[in-house]
Design a protein around this ligand. Structure first.
Ligand SMILES: [Cu+2]
Length: 375
């Protein structure tokens, strides 16, 4: 078979599965623009005759988005809340005066809905995909209490600095069902990091949903030359409260286990931020903690519409590593911090998406709703 026909067959099967799955669900469909393609092809509540037409912004990029809603309550997580939901654990003081921050994380098998009517048999941290967005401060001592209530061996492998025995690989914190392990290390370096399961086969464990953000805020006292910048990054300070911060994990789902993704998203649910744009107050700065965990596809990207941003590769510096860009690329486990503002813009809906066009149509695209003030 020629390369072109292999490529074509693969694209057809990836699309075909998503469309087929949605049709089978009975109440949902991708809103198509091809001639004769009905926008509402199902018979569920969301497509009943007489239903209100979709908001104008949903016509953007040719209406190639899912129709209907996932059941956030059944999932146990809501992408609109997840974007600002930081897990800061519990804090105490060690005998030497340092802060001890403890997180409790449990591996749980769970079926989740990743697009309207499409269920995915996930392996989760704390019942959500991505796992909790852990947030600590540089220099603290961290204790990650990990219980495996799933049906397979799992681990937590942190991108950070730690001892070999805390690495979350076989022989160093990879534990069986019913077991518990405590990872212990200091929070360093500051930055936008991640954690994920390191059980084998690795690609299966990662793409099943076992990953999450691991953000270490800089300690301003350790960075006197850029203390103001460090304070603006430190959760809980008045300087930080000025910022509108969002946690975003770019992920994908192989729903038919053919080593290719059928659904892409930020924070799991396809097109969630198209249907419910992320509210931004116009004159306050925006900071995104962004990580890519997409398996099978070698690269992902983030493009911001009508604006440019500064980028901090892996978040480990207090000055940008890229200035004035509107697109960055990330391979798996690459991550960074984006900073931008819409203060000189008109209010309105501004799109963000990867510049792999196929990903946008298969779920990974969203909107910022820039407003004067929050009512
Ligand atoms: Cu695992």
């Amino acid at each position: 078979m020629s390369e072109v026909s292999v490529w074509f067959r693969e694209k057809i099967s990836r699309r075909g599965l998503l469309w087929g799955g949605l049709a089978a669900a009975g109440g949902s469909a991708i809103a198509g623009t091809a001639a004769g393609q009905s926008v509402h092809s199902g018979h569920g509540a969301t497509s009943a005759a007489g239903a209100a037409p979709p908001p104008a912004h949903l016509a953007a990029h040719g209406s190639m988005i899912t129709v209907g809603d996932v059941d956030n309550e059944r999932n146990g997580f809501d992408p609109s809340r997840m974007v600002t939901d930081w897990e800061t654990g519990s804090v105490s003081t060690l005998p030497d005066g340092r802060t001890l921050r403890t997180f409790e994380i449990e591996a749980i098998d769970k079926e989740i809905e990743i697009a309207p009517g499409i269920m995915f048999p996930a392996w989760t941290y704390n019942g959500r995909v991505p796992g909790p967005a852990l947030r600590a401060t540089e220099g603290e001592h961290l204790r990650m209490v990990f219980r495996n209530s799933g049906s397979h061996p799992h681990s937590m492998h942190f991108h950070g600095i730690h001892a070999a025995r805390m690495d979350g690989v076989p022989g160093a914190g990879l534990i069986g069902p019913g077991e518990e392990f405590v990872y212990e290390f200091d929070a360093r370096p500051f930055g936008c990091h991640l954690y994920h399961c390191h059980a084998l086969p690795l690609k299966r464990h990662i793409h099943k949903g076992m990953y999450g953000l691991f953000v270490i805020d800089p300690d301003p006292a350790r960075h006197p030359e850029l203390a103001d910048v460090a304070r603006s990054r430190l959760l809980g300070t008045p300087e930080n409260a000025e910022w509108q911060e969002f946690a975003m994990v770019m992920n994908g789902f192989d729903t038919n286990f053919d080593n290719g993704n059928e659904v892409y998203a930020v924070n799991t649910v396809a097109h969630a931020y198209m249907k419910r744009p992320i509210r931004i107050v116009r004159n306050r700065p925006v900071r995104i903690y962004l990580a890519n965990v997409v398996e099978f596809d070698p690269i992902n990207s983030f493009h911001l519409h009508a604006n440019f941003f500064d980028y901090f590769e892996q978040g480990t510096t207090l000055t940008p590593t890229l200035r004035t860009v509107d697109l960055i690329t990330q391979v798996q486990a690459q991550r960074g911090i984006l900073e931008f503002t819409y203060k000189d813009h008109e209010t309105g809906l501004y799109m963000f998406h990867p510049h792999q066009s196929e990903f946008t149509e298969l779920g990974w695209t969203g909107m910022f709703d820039v407003v004067e003030a929050v009512a």
